[in-house]
Design a binder for this molecule. Structure first.
Ligand code: BV8
Ligand code: ZN
Length: 251
């Protein structure tokens, strides 16, 4: 870790973190850009994560989410999630603050003991009725997330109105939860340092959030093994896996 970065991290009292699918990669959760497998191998995640795809083929899209939910329930947080949770606890004890805003629909930050300011793209564990919007509690899916399920299953029907139950995620073309987006905006605007871990910086408007740091010259640190769409705006790029780089960054 270079001295400048170590000094910034050690001196920061207000840290704002944005994470993407890459932080869950070392927990064996495929990133969004990876090629799909099984029933969905001929689709890109981007094609499936849309209201149109659910409308056209509810069983295929519904099963994809329930199968991904099974996988997430079968894996564990990795050292990247744990490091952020630890840094958050450390700062809280010192009267400081570390906020985590994630694009991920998994619960690995929470299971690592961290408090999450917002899930910009919703949660795979939340379900609601497509028609009346009623939230719905469902039993856990019975798939093996490491084996693609044999047959797509139809989404259940809403007990209130009979509509299709849908995943509680934000699909392409859908608005982000404004409360989470506004909270992330405020956190980044008041931070001493902004850390962006595990995102390709492709999906908007989430990807542009860290760039708010440029307004005040707040140091921007990117953690990603690869170059991304937002690397050129970064002050520091830690080219490596977040499971290694985040534990090294925490003071
Ligand atoms: C909106 C939930 C507006 C679902 C997700 C044209 C037409 C229509 C829309 C658009 C358009 N052009 C732009 C848009 C907007 C669109 C968009 O951005 N499209 C992109 C593809 C160009 N955005 C939207 O539609 C958003 N809504 O704009 O609404 C609006 C306005 C008015 C009225 C109505 C609407 C909604 C976007 C939300 C989509 N939902 N997820 C689901 O999960 O199934 S997005 C999905 O991508 C995931 O949430 C994922 O997190 C997210 C972002 O991807 P990343 O997290 O970055 O993951 P990715 O795989 O890309 O990259 C992984 C990175 O990790 C890589 O860089 C890799 O190098 C790195 N990595 C790998 N291993 C590691 C690692 N890093 C660290 N450590 C490692 N070990
Ligand atoms: Zn309903």
């Amino acid at each position: 870790m270079n001295d400048d970065i170590a000094e910034i991290a050690a001196g920061a009292q207000r840290v704002a973190v944005l994470t993407g699918a890459g932080i869950s990669a070392e927990s064996n959760v495929p990133t969004f850009r990876e090629v799909q497998t099984g029933l969905w191998e001929r689709f890109s995640a981007q094609d499936l994560a849309t209201p149109e795809a659910f409308e056209a083929n509810p069983a295929l899209v519904w099963t994809w989410y329930r199968w991904r939910q099974s996988l997430i329930q079968q894996v564990e947080p990795n050292p990247g999630h744990t490091a952020l949770a630890q840094w958050q606890q450390q700062l809280r004890q010192e009267g400081g603050e570390l906020s985590i805003t994630t694009q991920n629909v998994d619960d690995l930050h929470e299971r690592a003991g961290a408090e999450v300011l917002g899930h910009l793209h919703g949660s795979i564990f939340a379900h609601r009725c497509l028609d009346c919007g009623d939230p719905v509690e469902l039993p856990d899916p019975a798939y093996d997330g490491f084996e693609a399920p044999p047959e797509p299953e139809e989404p259940p029907q809403c007990a209130t109105c009979g509509g299709h139950i849908r995943p509680g995620v934000v699909w392409f073309g859908e608005m982000l939860p404004m409360e989470a987006f506004d909270a992330a905006t405020a956190a980044i605007r008041s931070a001493d340092v902004v850390v962006v871990a595990g995102t390709s910086g492709i999906v908007q408007p989430a990807a542009s959030l860290p760039l708010l740091a440029l307004e005040r010259g707040t140091p921007l640190i990117e953690i990603n093994p690869e170059e991304t769409e937002i690397s050129e705006a970064m002050d520091f790029c830690l080219r490596g896996p977040s499971g290694v780089m985040l534990p090294a960054l925490v003071p």
